[in-house]
Every structure is written in structure tokens, then in C-alpha cells.
Design a binder for this molecule. Structure first.
Ligand SMILES: [Zn+2]
Length: 207
């Protein structure tokens, strides 16, 4: 049995995404054995990243900010097409699509997915926020949306989420598209090669 302090540290690591108890224990013991200086640098990096990072007012993308800016680099770009919005699950999916340079519209990060069986997760994803952007474009300084691209992952949770979003935004009369089916079932955007995502993006299908 580990000491109380180590158990507390393990518990903290367990709260991180994709970290199981073995990895959490390994992280905790590694830190305990590391030189003080290294641990201090590590803690400082966490605090600085947290203090200097804000979530974008429009898309929820984290960005570095020391002042009053409310929008991330992507949303602030004047050349962005403000009539199209691409909905993704998480930050890394936004990065994967944005670096392809084939899409010049806006993004929106849902912050998670729905489990096909457990609908109680609905409160955990940003559906209300998404609807607010769709229904009140002026409030966000964007134009009336012409296309909503649903780019959730091709996992069962991603599919369930896509179907749910389609249902709730259908009445808005805006064109809704979903990335084409060229992507392998169960795949996540961040692990797919650029060319495959590009094709899937270009061949997106209207719902
Ligand atoms: Zn943004």
C-alpha cells in the first residue's frame, strides 16, 4: 500500500484522460523519485500554461493570452469564412483538420461525445452553446450560417453524437454535412493521415 500522499498523487493522475491506475501509479512514483528541480519545473509549466491560456469565446479552442483578447488565432483571422462552422469533439481534432488548409471556416469544440446508450452525457457536451451560435450569429459577430459540418469521430460515440446534433439542428434549415465514409470505422481524426481526412472532407455528404 502506498503512503497517503502518494495515493493522493495517484488519484490526481487518474483524473487525466486515458490514464489508468497502472499509468497513474507509474507517473506518481516517477515524480517522487525525480530531482526537486525537475519537479518544480514541471509544476511551474502546469501553472503557467493554466494562467496564460484562455478558452476562445466562440469556439472553445484554448489559446495563449495575456490580455483582453477573447478570440483564438483561428477565430480572429479576418480571411476566415464566417458562414461555415465545423463541429469537432476536441482540440486535437480541430488541429488535425485545420492543418490540412482545405477548410477556411470556423470551428466549434463540443468538448466530448455522447455514449450511444447513456444519454445523460448530453449535459456534458456544449449543445446549448452550439445552438446559441447557430441561432444568434450577431451576438458572436458571425454571418448567418450556410453550412454546418459535423466532424465527430467515426467511433460509436462519435456517430451517436453526430446523429444527436443532426436532430437538434435540423429545424434551423441550414445545410448540414458529415465527413464522407472513407474513414475506417472506429477511427479518430487525430490518428488518420492528412490525405485521407482531406478526401473525407472534400467528399462530405449532405444530411
Ligand atoms: Zn476560436
Amino acid at each position: 500500500m502506498h503512503s497517503k500522499s502518494i495515493q493522493k498523487l495517484i488519484k490526481a493522475f487518474l483524473g487525466l484522460p486515458s490514464v489508468g491506475s497502472r499509468t497513474a501509479t507509474r507517473f506518481a512514483l516517477h515524480l517522487i523519485k525525480s530531482p526537486n528541480e525537475e519537479v518544480k519545473t514541471f509544476i511551474k509549466a502546469i501553472i503557467e500554461a493554466k494562467e496564460n491560456t484562455k478558452l476562445c469565446f466562440f469556439c472553445f479552442n484554448p489559446f495563449e493570452s495575456s490580455g483582453e483578447e477573447k478570440l483564438c488565432e483561428i477565430c480572429s483571422e479576418s480571411r476566415r469564412d464566417r458562414r461555415t462552422i465545423c463541429i469537432v469533439e476536441k482540440e486535437s481534432d480541430l488541429i488535425a483538420i485545420n492543418q490540412l488548409k482545405i477548410y477556411r471556416g470556423l470551428f466549434f469544440i463540443l468538448g466530448g461525445t455522447l455514449s450511444p446508450l447513456r444519454k445523460e452525457n448530453i449535459k456534458k457536451i456544449r449543445i446549448k452553446e452550439l445552438l446559441d451560435r447557430i441561432n444568434n450569429p450577431k451576438k458572436y459577430n458571425i454571418e448567418q450560417l450556410e453550412e454546418i459540418i459535423i466532424a465527430t469521430n467515426f467511433t460509436s460515440e462519435g456517430e451517436a453524437t453526430a446523429l444527436y446534433i443532426e436532430r437538434v439542428i435540423k429545424s434551423s434549415n441550414i445545410k448540414i454535412t458529415r465527413l464522407a465514409r472513407g474513414l475506417p470505422k472506429g477511427s479518430e481524426l487525430e490518428y488518420i493521415d492528412e490525405e485521407t481526412i482531406s478526401c473525407s472532407f472534400k467528399d462530405r455528404k449532405e444530411k
